[in-house]
Every structure is written in structure tokens, then in C-alpha cells.
Design a protein around this ligand. Structure first.
Ligand code: PLP
Length: 384
């Protein structure tokens, strides 16, 4: 049996998405910037996808810029918004953001921008007092993620946006993990910019979007052609954009029913693990979390060993560690929550999707407890 519970890393393409994309990879291969109709007709397909992404976010189509994914959207927002007003070059973000935000923060810092990083609480939520003390008249942009990729902890971004706006700063949120899993509405949440990535919700890899509220003008990040009304140079990824559009449409259609079902499966998984694996703890367990994500600390048992043995049983999960290059380091997200390195190295992240079924949860609950028990017996940290 193959069980894939690493959906926060990436998801399978929905069959409806693949079907919609195929014509654009075969007979409709034109370039939408071409003069002739074989290319320019594709503009209609791109605009239809823009409408669908806008509908998912409660935005207007003209506020959506297609990008190559979450990383580019985050980079564009930060580098753009901190460069529009020389009196407001400052950037504020939090300790538990994705590297697409934190590395970009380091980059603009090295270019002379003041950067402040807010603390998080032990349950992974943003410390609003810390955020308030970081934001000043100098701050041009505050970026706080809507939901964390490792723990699934949800941040009340409307409150963070209010704090940003009180100092005249713009507010961006990396909603890469939140979109399609919880309702997102840029208007009621008072969001100025928001990042989306298709491959996190059953769309293709290498395509995403940045919502930029009407009236905000940021410089493009990619230079060259004048695609996306000059906001993003580069030949449009038509198949990818169409795929993102259909993924967004499916997300709107399934939002409540699908997430209710996923939430119940996650609850069953967590309950089963806590019952069958003594000492296991859910990171951020007391906070509001995405309905598909649980990071569990199997204290005393190293996550790498657990992942390897689960892999042999056909179960794909990830550790809470930053493992973007296959190199294992302690998770800075768990560390920011006050979890020490030894415990952080016992974290396993389970992330479910629309396609997860009850039988897969039952299978994990059958194979996982003996693995934990066996490893705990030989672990030097077993008594922690
Ligand atoms: N932001 C978050 C919270 C993510 O989880 C990810 C991907 O893991 C990204 C940004 C990067 O998105 P992409 O893979 O589309 O560049």
C-alpha cells in the first residue's frame, strides 16, 4: 500500500486540472503575446483563469498577477513593496515564515532595508505585542503567513493587517498553505497582497499568483516583456495558468465539504496516534490549525528513523525539519515555539488532501505504533 501524507510539500494534480491543461500542451501551444489568432486567442483562456483565481480569494480579476509560484509571489511582494517609498523602507515579518519570505528578508536587509522579525507564542500563533513593537513609521510592509506549512497553525491575519495599517504600512500574507483549506477573503481580511501556489491545491507545479489590491503599484520583479500588464515579464505559462484556474474553481466548489471530511480524518489520525503512542504531542495542538496538517513530536524517537521505516511500509510523510535540500537541520519553526532541538528532531508532519481516504489513516495507525515502540526501545533519549 502506498500512502501519501505529504500534501503540504505538494499535491497530486486533480484529473479535472490535467484534462483542462492538456490541449495547451498539445494542439493549442501558441504564445498569447503573438499577433495572430493562434496565439492571441489564448488570452481568453488566461483571463478565464484569472477570474477563477480572483473568485477563490474574493478579489477582482484585475488584481491577480500570474507568477511561477509561491516563492516568486513572495519575492515580488517584498522586494516591490519595500522599494516604493524611500521613507518607508522597513520590513516586518515573523520567525516562522517560509524561507521564501525569510531569505528575501535577509536579502533586502543586506541592501540596507531595516528588517524586524516578530516572535511567536508557544502554540505557534503570532505574538501580537511583539508585532506591534516591531512596526513603526518606517515600515513599508508587514508580511505574516496565513497558515504555517509545518504546524498548520492559522494566524488571524486581519488583526495583523490592522496593526500594519495603523502605521501606514502595507500588509502581505503568504497564503500558500491556507488557500483551499480555509476560506480566504482579501476584503474582509483587509489584505493588500497575497501569495498563492497552484501545486499546493491539486494544480500544477511552477505556477502561482500574487493578489495586489487595486491602487497599489509595485515595480515588477521579473524584467523583460510586458506580459501581465507589465507586472511580470516572461512568456505566459498558459497550460499552468489554466490548470491553476481549474484548481481554484475546484477549491471553491469543495471548500466546506472537503475540508470537513479532511478535518475528521485528521482528528481520527491524531486521536489514534495519541492513544497508541504514549508521549506523543501535537505541535501547536491548542491553536487553531488547518484541517489537513498535524506535526506530532514522538519524543525520544528521531524523526529520520521513523520516516525511513514508514517509507519501507509505503507511507510518505515528512519531518518538521527544514529539509529543502535533503539536508536535515532542526526546524526553526518548532524552535521559535520554544521546542528544543532534541524534541524538534522527533517531529513528523502528516498532511492530508482531498484524496486521502479512511483506509489510509487506518493503515498508518496500524503500522506506526510498532515502529515508534521499536525505536523508543533503542533510543538514548527514550526517557525524555
Ligand atoms: N510559502 C509557503 C508557506 C510554502 O509552504 C511554500 C512551499 O512549500 C512556498 C511558499 C513556496 O511555494 P512554491 O513551491 O510555489 O515556490
Amino acid at each position: 500500500m502506498k500512502v501519501y501524507l505529504d500534501n503540504n510539500a505538494t499535491t497530486r494534480i486533480a484529473p479535472e486540472v490535467l484534462d483542462a491543461m492538456l490541449p495547451f500542451l498539445t494542439e493549442r501551444f501558441g504564445n498569447p503575446s503573438s499577433f495572430h489568432s493562434f496565439g492571441s486567442d489564448l488570452k481568453e483562456d488566461i483571463e478565464a483563469a484569472r477570474q477563477k483565481v480572483a473568485a477563490l480569494l474574493g478579489a477582482d480579476a484585475e488584481e491577480i498577477v500570474f507568477t511561477s509560484g509561491g516563492t516568486e509571489s513572495d519575492n515580488t511582494a517584498i522586494i516591490g513593496a519595500t522599494s516604493i517609498n524611500p521613507l518607508k523602507p522597513g520590513f516586518v515579518t515573523s520567525r516562522t515564515e517560509h524561507p521564501a519570505i525569510l531569505e528575501t528578508a535577509e536579502y533586502i536587509k543586506s541592501r540596507g532595508h531595516p528588517v524586524k522579525i516578530t516572535e511567536v507564542n508557544s502554540d505557534g500563533t503570532i505574538n501580537m505585542n511583539s508585532l506591534e513593537s516591531c512596526v513603526s513609521e518606517q515600515t513599508g510592509l508587514v508580511s505574516i503567513m496565513m497558515a504555517n506549512n509545518e504546524t498548520g497553525v492559522i494566524v488571524p491575519v486581519a488583526e495583523a493587517a490592522r496593526k500594519a495599517h495603523a502605521s501606514g504600512a502595507l500588509f502581505h500574507t503568504d497564503a500558500v498553505q491556507a488557500v483551499s483549506k480555509i476560506p480566504v477573503d482579501v476584503r474582509s481580511m483587509d489584505i493588500d497582497m497575497l501569495s498563492v501556489s497552484a501545486h499546493k491545491f491539486h494544480g500544477p507545479k511552477g505556477v502561482g499568483a500574487l493578489f495586489v489590491r487595486k491602487g497599489i503599484e509595485i515595480p515588477p520583479f521579473m524584467l523583460g516583456g510586458h506580459q501581465e500588464k507589465g507586472m511580470r515579464a516572461g512568456t505566459s505559462n498558459v497550460a499552468g495558468i489554466v490548470g491553476l484556474g481549474v484548481a481554484a474553481e475546484l477549491a471553491v466548489k469543495h471548500l466546506l465539504e472537503e475540508n470537513g471530511r479532511t478535518g475528521l480524518l485528521l482528528e481520527r489520525l491524531e486521536k489514534g496516534i495519541l492513544e497508541k503512542c504514549p508521549g506523543a504531542v501535537v505541535a501547536g495542538g491548542d491553536a487553531e490549525r488547518l484541517p489537513n496538517t498535524a506535526t506530532v513530536l514522538f519524543r525520544g524517537v528521531e524523526s529520520e528513523a521513523v520516516m525511513t521505516l514508514l517509507d519501507i511500509k509505503g507511507v510518505c510523510v515528512s519531518s518538521g525539519s527544514a529539509c529543502s535540500t535533503g539536508e536535515q537541520t532542526s526546524s526553526y519553526v518548532l524552535s521559535a515555539m520554544g521546542i528544543d532541538d532534541v524534541d524538534a528532531n522527533t517531529a513528523i508532519r502528516f498532511s492530508l488532501s482531498r484524496y486521502t481516504i479512511g483506509g489510509e489513516i487506518d493503515y498508518i495507525l496500524e503500522v506506526l505504533p510498532p515502529i515508534i515502540e521499536k525505536l523508543r526501545d533503542i533510543s538514548p533519549y527514550a526517557n525524555r
